[in-house]
Design a binder for this molecule. Sequence first.
Ligand SMILES: *Cc1c(COP(=O)(O)O)cnc(C)c1O
Length: 452
Amino acid sequence: MADQNDDQYDTQDDATEDLGVAVTPRHVPKAPIEKIGGRKLKPATLMMGHGYDPALSEGSLKPPIFLTSTFAFENAAAGKRHFEGITGKRPGGADGLVYSRFNGPNQEIFEDRLGVWDEAEDALVFSSGMSAIATVLLANVNQGDVVVHSGPLYAATETLISKVLGRFGVTYLDFPAGASPDKVAEVLEQAKAQAAKNGGKVAIIYLESPANPTNALVDIEGVAAARDQVFDTDDAPPIAIDNTFLGPLWQKPLKHGADIVIYSLTKYVGGHSDLVAGGVLGSKASMDPVRAIRNTIGTICDPNTAWMLMRSLETLELRMTRAGENAEKICAFLRDHPKVEGLGYLGFISDEYQKDIYNRHCSGAGSTFSLFIKGGEAEGFAFLDALKIAKLAVSLGGTETLASLPAAMTHLSVSDERRAALGITDNLVRISIGVEDADDLISDFEQALEAV
Ligand SMILES: *Cc1c(COP(=O)(O)O)cnc(C)c1O
């Protein structure tokens, strides 16, 4: 839960101290154990207890689900102090529990644990990946501003930026995911000129890597270098990145120059295809405006979802590691199959620059990839309809293997020209490998390819 001992709370000159009333924060977990001797504990260990003190909940080993809309204040001064955090008079959010649209014990414990993986100063949980993305954009973008983004993005994100923000006088420019830093700098210069003309600023650089469903990687370090070349420090836009496909295990963008990391927690973090949620992580300074908008519009997730996410974090490393190993074995089988035209798998990158980005940014190839079946839509459909273990569904990152055909499903609304430009062909099957037995899955893919 919120760190009560943070220096910034003690150095702020604030009204509650003037009242001369001692405000003891209520839900203060014991200082979390992060080290034993000189050894810094690994995230997999911290997921079992970090941020939760059973003594505060009748000794309950697991955190109870706090089903309440509001929290009783210890005294009036505590109420005032907490609202100073909620309203932004005091940075870092409330240092106590107030009302369930703002915070709650389950959400706060989960946020503390999620932040461990990316070594983020601060983390926020949301009701969906899209509500997380929308809240980040609302917190950063004003009328006349320009959003610069990599392409392609998750379809709903593209709609949000181009169509919804467009209604409020916000424009955008994009560059392809694999663009060089020089190309990115060129687009940023263009955006700067466009913003000046529209009376705004370049508000945010929004990335998604790897891109869906092409798996093209964005050079985060290259984008940060281009940003620093084009902008002075005081007008430099923050770099936000949707890290859903590789995070939080295989890619840690905060280490490579990103300021804000975004997740659809519905995918690998939730990991069981049984909830919808989102997350945003970064420095306290970049999270404060996002928290303020979340407080205002209520895009926080509910306590039950936060509890399920917390349970999921305990097995995150196990699940993602197994899924990654499975994908490696399966892709090795699919690669040489006569009915396979190609694979978009990060373990088999041929492009030199993409390989370089992979080596600098990623510690694993993930378990979501594209399989190009020889032929077109008919062959793709025949393959999907013949699968026996893999389920025919969109989404990814769950314990079960899923397969879909983006051109006919998730990307059906994208125009033919844009699909062609992005390489989203009619024979591209998108597969998310789960934690089943790898050889069982290989048998399933083998028989389904035979049926094509
Ligand atoms: C699923 C997904 C989203 C949207 O998340 P929801 O939880 O469905 O709102 C955003 N970005 C990426 C890359 C996704 O895969």
